[in-house]
Design a protein around this ligand. Structure first.
Ligand code: NAP
Length: 502
């Protein structure tokens, strides 16, 4: 802040040792792992990764529902610095958890990770010129804090009347209760997003009856997943350049496809046609075909990628209920027509609350300013990473960074920005802050990009991108290449020594 004590710089000079700043990383998902690897590679070894769960993996630790897998090809949904012998085009959840372990093994990072340790609050401390990091085990001082809490981790639990009175097992998809045997049971899955599209085909073959509750249909593209042949895997291992080329090709194709997010583009029509053809070829019943066909542009909701969701709807034991849920009874689910369907198990695949950034963490900057209060209803961050007035505080997977095809690639870019800032803090012996004017200009640029290149996201369907004010606060509005370029070029224009902000 402008009125920070003038002594701050000198205190930091004393405290930041020659070994570099001390850094608290909160969260051991792929964001925390990327930051740890990049810091270590740059020679900064004074970092601790706090993780509330008992192991690394973040979203891939939490989400263990049947069928859980990534819907982005693995050669893109992985770090550029860590190749893997992928078994198939798209990794499953256990394979992604294994990948997280393999990265920590390969870069010898385990000793930096503190599992089972939740950080509740970080508070700027003027005297030390850094943050007090508060956990159940006590307070610790760090020069820098990097929040790697992820985006899709606060479950959205509907407020339907009667939900608490439901007598059978009921759980959110990201908190799957594996101790219930669903074999032969009547199960309701609420929601038809990316999660439901994986759960439904996975459990349909062994449950007795499956009701799939759809409030508003989403566009679904075929996944095109397959197991790699032994020869392909041998070639990928023997010639690593082939993995790299495949990665480049995947990003190139995604960048072309991104044009479809412009609601008036020819690509939009092409992708829409592809999805309609998929509906026609995959679903037997004309009524179901009509029910799953959206009446808004492709790309308004997050596009679901699944080859087996539509075929699952053809099964005799699966019923698509194309109605909103209005209430729940002790034994069933009531739709908006008042029809009750009796079920034994209720699965809420109802998504998350991504616009509530850093919901589980209290962040207080200089002068005691609370980050959530500073944001109000609209979380904003320069490059999605830093907020003016919160020196030495960084966010991975922050506002308007969701997208870019592979979130792992986006996180890698953000980790690189953090490392550059840490190097600057070390070099200049001064905390780094963000110019308010740079943040304002950046946010205006994001809004313009959304309006021109990603207008489909604003077409009026229900999606999880918008803050209560109506502003899209979650989505990166271009392909990954653009994020790559701006995260290389812009930090020098936005960052400023904390005590000299203007
Ligand atoms: P989601 O995309 O937000 O979908 C939630 C679903 O629940 C929607 O169909 C929504 O209906 C429905 N719903 C929410 N509240 C409801 C209510 N009160 N009554 C009835 N229906 C309700 O959530 P998700 O499927 O968990 O996916 C979230 C995100 O996780 C994805 O967009 C993706 O980014 C990520 N994900 C990724 C993968 C991957 O493979 N990479 C896999 C799974 C998830 P409406 O559409 O009508 O709102």
């Amino acid at each position: 802040m402008d009125d920070q004590p003038s002594t701050q710089g000198s205190i930091i000079r004393d405290l930041i040792s020659d070994r570099g700043p001390s850094i608290a990383i909160i969260g051991a998902g792929f964001g925390g792992i990327a930051t740890a690897v990049k810091l270590a590679q740059a020679g900064f070894r004074r970092f601790t990764v706090f993780e509330q769960s008992q192991g690394p993996g973040g979203t891939w630790w939490d989400n263990r529902y049947p069928g859980c897998a990534v819907d982005i090809p693995s050669h893109a949904y992985s770090f550029s610095f860590m190749r893997q012998d992928w078994r198939s085009t798209h990794a499953t959840q256990p394979e992604l958890l294994q990948y997280a372990h393999d990265v920590l093994d390969r870069f010898e990072l385990w000793s930096h990770f503190r599992f089972g340790t939740r950080v509740d609050e970080v508070q700027w401390d003027d005297e030390h010129g850094g943050y007090v990091v508060r956990t159940a085990h006590g307070d610790e001082n760090f020069d820098v804090v990097v929040s790697c809490l992820g985006l899709l981790n606060v479950p959205r639990i509907p407020d339907w009347p009667g939900l608490d009175e439901f007598a059978g097992p009921m759980f959110h998809s990201s908190r799957w209760e594996h101790d219930h045997d669903l074999g032969g049971k009547r199960v309701a899955v609420i929601g038809t997003g990316s999660t439901s599209a994986q759960v439904v085909p996975a459990i349909a073959p062994y449950v007795g009856k499956l009701f799939v509750f759809q409030r508003q249909p989403g566009w679904i593209m075929p996944k095109g997943d397959r197991v790699f042949t032994a020869a392909e895997r041998r070639r990928f291992l023997r010639y690593p350049i082939l993995q790299k080329l495949r990665r480049v090709k995947l990003f190139y194709l995604d960048r072309r496809r991104f044009k479809g997010f412009d609601a008036g583009s020819a690509m939009q029509q092409e992708l829409r046609r592809l999805c309609v053809d998929f509906i026609d070829s995959a679903i037997d019943s004309p009524a179901v075909r009509a029910a799953v066909t959206p009446d808004y542009p492709w790309g308004c909701k997050r596009v679901v990628v699944s080859s087996d969701f539509y075929p699952a709807l053809n099964r005799d034991n699966v019923e698509l209920v194309s109605k909103a849920v209005t209430r729940v009874t002790r034994t069933g689910v009531v739709d908006s027509d008042g029809v009750e369907r009796e079920v034994d198990v209720l699965v809420l695949a109802t998504g998350f609350q991504p616009t509530k950034y850093l919901a589980s963490l209290r962040v207080r900057g200089p002068g005691g300013i609370d980050l959530h209060a500073a944001w109000g209803d609209e979380p904003r961050a320069f490059l999605g990473i830093t907020v003016a007035g919160f020196p030495n505080f960084f966010i991975l997977y922050g506002p308007n960074t969701n997208g870019g095809f592979s979130i792992i690639a986006q996180l890698e870019r953000q980790a690189e920005v953090v490392v550059r800032a840490v190097a600057r803090i070390h070099r200049r012996r001064a905390a780094v802050d963000t110019r308010p004017s740079a943040l304002d200009r950046y946010v205006r640029w994001i809004d313009r990009q959304i309006a021109t290149h990603a207008s489909a996201m604003e077409a009026g369907c229900t999606n999880y991108y918008h803050a209560p004010t109506g502003r899209n606060v979650t989505q990166w509005p271009r392909a990954h290449a653009e994020y790559y370029v701006i995260t290389k070029l812009l930090p020098r224009f936005g960052f400023v020594d904390a005590k000299a902000r203007s």
